[in-house]
Design a protein around this ligand. Structure first.
Ligand code: SAH
Length: 255
């Protein structure tokens, strides 16, 4: 039996570094201005890569992972702005489906529908979604162990929760209350907003490759989003997401 080769993507170097730190034998391959890191994580064959920020950068990277590096599954990890009620900084959102909130070919197509696909929402893979959810739940139960008591107190993470639901993506850092209110009104089920996931979901759909995404909430996509963001990514999110991805890979595979 062959084990799957997993692609692991993050948008920013700070988000991927902690994953790379856990890989014992990675080597570097540069392609299209991106650095791909084939190697192992938790004993699994993986290729880790920083996609860059935004939908186009993420789509190109996902295509290369699938076509050039032959990955059988793509996992995305990183941070996102919380939109849903009760989705707080430090919580984790595992996407059930993703949508491009800035896709709008109306009146030719319904708002948010991707022309040619007959749909606006792309589902994640149920098996990997569950593994990420279980891994995030386990990591949150030991949050002080992973991050230290000071970070947990500073960021108020003691009651952090895991959510499953819709994640929306667009080429905008949502950093005003007016904009996040508008998104909540248009897409009331959206739990979190980021800038890459729905693009990767569309590419994976095209190639028939399973995709799952986990995001730690770094800000509330409001007027203080830029203030919370930098500190959180540096102090918390990277280490935390690396732990979640590694635990998800470690679980006995039922695939
Ligand atoms: N300050 C950063 C830019 C970050 S852009 C820099 O200097 O490089 C925001 C990144 O985090 C994107 O990859 C996006 O997916 C995610 N993200 C976190 N909070 C977000 C928000 N409120 N709106 C949109 N994307 C967000």
């Amino acid at each position: 039996m062959t084990t799957p080769r997993m692609g692991i993507m993050a948008a920013m170097p700070q988000e991927l570094q902690a994953v790379l730190d856990l890989m014992p034998d990675e080597h570097r391959e540069t392609l299209a201005g991106r650095t791909f890191w084939p190697g192992h994580l938790a004993g699994q064959d993986v290729v880790a890569v920083v996609s860059g920020i935004g939908k186009v950068a993420a789509a190109t990277t996902a295509t290369l992972l699938i076509e050039r590096f032959g990955v059988d599954c793509v996992l995305f990890t990183g941070v996102a702005g919380g939109l849903g009620p009760g989705v707080a900084v430090g919580d984790v959102v595992v996407a059930t489906q993703l949508l491009q909130h800035d896709m709008d070919a109306s009146p030719l197509f319904p708002r948010h529908e991707v022309p040619g696909y007959g749909r606006s929402r792309f589902d994640t893979d149920p098996h990997w979604r569950q593994r990420l959810t279980d891994a995030a739940t386990a990591a949150l139960a030991q949050i002080e162990h992973h991050l230290g008591a000071k970070a947990v107190a500073d960021f108020g993470l003691a009651h952090a929760k895991v959510h499953n639901g819709t994640v929306i993506s667009g080429d905008r850092f949502v950093a005003t209350r007016a904009e996040s209110d508008a998104l909540r009104q248009q897409l009331p089920d959206a739990l979190a907003v980021e800038m890459e996931g729905a693009a990767v979901a569309q590419v994976c759909h095209d190639f028939g490759v399973p995709f799952a995404a986990v995001r730690t909430i770094s800000d509330r996509a409001d007027d203080s989003a830029h203030v919370d963001f930098g500190r959180f990514v540096a102090d918390v999110a990277a280490r935390y997401s690396a732990q979640v991805v590694m635990t998800a890979l470690q679980q006995p595979s039922t695939a």
